[in-house]
Design a protein around this ligand. Structure first.
Ligand code: T1G
Length: 692
């Protein structure tokens, strides 16, 4: 059952019951129609209330049903709304907590709407790459006016019910118990005729053509690779220019067009991927969590400071420990500066600024952080230093404290072995700048306790990070894959490309930054030190020497004023460097390689498919739980274009057999060993399956 029918006096109450957010799945839609029929056939019933059980009125269409026959199976949402709108008795939507998407469209089909304060009201479909497909683009402008409705539909941003209290959207705001308030309202309107219908309202906007043209231009400029925002404008335009039923047809056609687009499928993939990432098969969802009321961070450097800010932003007190007063003062000053910049941009109120600064304190004594519920070390990336720190933490931290390492590649099991409580040790790999990047790789050691993992995942959500669990391996998920990507980038230079050509080829696909601009930003010396380790640990792995030659020239990137590109003081723009390009050409000659013209397609395939292949290894080794976790790592931590859904999703859209065909072609070239097809990739392709 996914809607309950009750009679309260002479009022029928239909309560949607489809946890967690009363998604309007087929069963719920059917139950609403059944309830309406029952109420309309019962002469004793004078009015009908529709509301939602639990934590939502309704979160909209059940997006889990999308691209499945159920999504459009009758009664479709359109049918449900038509039944409501053609009711011979007044229908009142009693709204609370969340009323979004199809849920709001259903409410707009009602004659009346009442709500409690604090409810999130939105038509967020555009964030899923579609548009309101059940009359929202036609009804909302009629009840809220053209401008407010268009802003809500194009942005998808929720507005609280109290902010809309004075609009025609709500006939009454209910104080106290919603159902009682709705029943009292029903008594008032039970005999009012004619029944008001949103569809009958005329939109009055004198110079709408100019407004719509302005809207088209603005939306076109801001929507990037996504087609939905502009289609939203077209659908709303139909509400102004056409009769209601004709406008509904326009909306329907645009919806059906968008729901099939790769961009929309990518956005829905990311929506579910974000939520799936917090589900760990062997960790029950009701695992009791450890209370996290205070945090300690070891190290006040760039990472430590950024990490500390995350917790202060979430209202959690955080102590930063440093060994030297000067380093501590510098770290705290940097944090203050960061907040001052945000304050100056108007993105932070003075009150929040003061709160956050007050939540961050510094200390130089390990004894002072012993009562923190979790401690995160962000010290120098060298095992010897980690050993010292974790041995000390093992001594001073209270029992039950979580001991986390921000290591980006070191073995968390080895780090755990420095303590007598390996079950309390976990990796929390933040990405620089730690207070900005959404990704948090949560590295699960062999002995990490399940409640420690569950607590850290819940904590990542509290600090608004996308927590993705990784097993222990060199580079975890993101960096292990980016190493193959970087290898291919180096080989491409030797074979004929310039850094700029490689970067532009992937930036054209939507990447925030190509590999060489990214190297100059992050620091080319980081990769250099990893390769030096590799040359000893794994001599069988080949790399282009170009990156080493660059570092030997002291060109670490922006921090040294020169890298793959040249930079001008105070200007972060990357200028192609003749010196570097000459070095690359000379290096090709030294290797006896005849440089050739390389297409953008080859560049993109070699960079992205090297990620995909390594991702397949990571999946089959169980380092990542699911392919969408890998996609979330790349979407939230590596600037992979959102409209392409992440490397594994992108491979699915290309088709795995096509990925393998391309890899087999590159396996015939130099460094062909890098293109050994991962068994899982081969298996899925052979079975006609996909990663997601
Ligand atoms: N359908 C199915 N499941 C949904 C859902 C939905 N619409 N919304 C959320 N969930 C699941 C989510 O996957 C998670 O599941 C759980 O609910 C809690 O979500 C015709 C076609 C509603 C504000 O875009 O914005 O209507 O992981 O962790 O932080 O025009 O979810 O627990 O199994 O996000 O409290 C339009 C999307 C659909 C709303 C709640 N509606 N959802 O936030 O919880 S398209 C949306 C949200 C549509 C019509 C069109 C948020 C939320 P699980 P959560 P939350």
């Amino acid at each position: 059952m996914s809607a309950e029918y009750q009679v309260n006096g002479n009022v029928a109450v239909i309560t949607m019951k489809n946890p967690p957010v009363n998604g309007l799945g087929h069963a719920t839609r059917s139950a609403i129609v059944e309830g309406m029929k029952q109420a309309l056939n019962d002469d004793a019933i004078k009015a009908i209330i529709i509301t939602g059980a639990g934590k939502a009125f309704s979160g909209g269409a059940d997006i889990k049903e999308f691209n499945s026959p159920k999504a459009f199976a009758e009664p479709s949402l359109h049918t449900v709304i038509n039944v409501i709108e053609n009711s011979s008795k007044p229908v009142i939507a009693a709204i609370h907590t969340v009323c979004m998407g199809g849920g709001l469209e259903l409410a707009l089909g009602c004659n009346y709407r009442v709500a409690t304060a604090g409810a999130l009201i939105a038509l967020p479909e555009v964030k899923l790459g579609i548009l309101p497909g059940a009359g929202g683009t036609q009804r909302l402008p009629r009840i809220l006016g053209l401008e407010m409705a268009l802003n809500m539909i194009v942005s998808g941003t929720p507005v609280t019910s109290e902010k809309l209290a004075k609009t025609a959207l709500f006939n009454e705001m209910i104080e106290g118990d919603l159902l009682q308030g709705a029943l009292a309202f029903a008594a008032k309107v039970a005999d009012v005729r004619p029944l008001p219908r949103v569809r009958d309202i005329k939109i009055n906007y004198p110079n709408y053509e100019a407004f719509l043209q302005f809207s088209r231009n603005t939306v076109r400029a801001m929507s990037g690779p996504f087609p939905a925002p502009l289609k939203c404008v077209e659908a709303v335009a139909a509400a102004v220019t056409k009769k209601f039923d004709d406008g509904i047809k326009v909306e329907r056609d645009l919806f059906l067009e968008l729901v099939q687009t790769t961009e929309s499928k990518a956005l829905r993939h990311a929506f579910f991927g974000e939520r799936a990432a917090s589900k760990i098969p062997d960790v029950p969802e009701d695992t009791p969590l450890r209370a996290i009321k205070s945090v300690a961070v070891i190290g006040a450097g760039t990472m430590g400071g950024g990490i500390a800010m995350n917790f202060a932003n979430a209202g959690i007190p955080v102590q930063i420990l440093e060994m030297k007063q000067e380093a501590l003062d510098k770290g705290l000053a940097t944090i203050r500066k960061n907040y001052e910049n945000t304050l100056k941009k108007g993105k932070l109120t003075q009150e929040k600024f003061d709160q956050r600064i007050a939540l961050i304190t510094g200390t130089m004594s390990y004894e002072e952080i012993g009562q923190a519920d979790i401690v995160i070390e962000a010290v120098f990336e060298e095992m010897g230093v980690k050993e010292q720190v974790f041995k000390k933490l093992d001594q001073v931290m209270k029992p039950g404290a979580i001991l986390a390492s921000n290591t980006s590649t070191l073995d968390v099991d080895v780090i755990a072995s420095f303590t007598k409580r390996p079950e309390d040790v976990i990796g929390t790999h933040f990405f620089s700048p730690a207070n900005v990047m959404k990704l948090l790789e949560i590295v699960r050691g062999k002995k990490t306790a399940k409640d420690v993992l569950a607590t850290t995942l819940a904590l990542s959500k509290k600090i608004k990070k996308t927590g993705v669990v990784s097993g222990v391996c060199d580079g975890f998920i993101g960096n292990r894959m980016i190493e193959q990507y970087s290898r291919q980038a180096g080989f491409l230079l030797e074979e004929g490309c310039t850094p700029e050509q490689v970067d532009k080829a992937v930036e054209k696909l939507g990447f925030a930054m190509g590999p060489f601009r990214m190297g100059d930003l992050a620091g080319n010396d980081i990769g250099w030190s990893i390769r030096k380790r590799r040359y000893i640990d794994k001599p069988e792995i080949t790399y282009s020497k170009t990156a080493d030659l660059l570092c030997e020239m002291g060109r670490y990137g922006q921090k040294t004023g020169a890298g793959w590109y040249d930079y001008k003081p105070g200007d972060r723009k990357a200028y192609p460097s003749q010196l570097v390009n000459d070095m690359i050409i000379q290096h090709s000659a030294d290797l006896g390689i005849e440089r050739r013209k390389i297409t953008d397609q080859e560049i993109a395939e070699r960079l992205i498919f090297s990620l995909v292949n390594e991702g397949a290894y990571i999946l089959e080794e169980g380092i990542a739980t699911r392919a969408s976790d890998i996609d979330m790592v790349y979407l939230t931590g590596y600037g992979f274009p959102l409209h392409r859904g992440g490397p594994m999703f992108y491979a699915d859209t290309v088709g795995l057999p096509n990925v393998i065909m391309a890899m087999e072609k590159y396996a015939k070239g130099r460094h062909g060993d890098a293109w050994k097809v991962a068994p899982l990739l081969a298996k899925l392709a052979a079975e006609g399956k996909s990663f997601n």
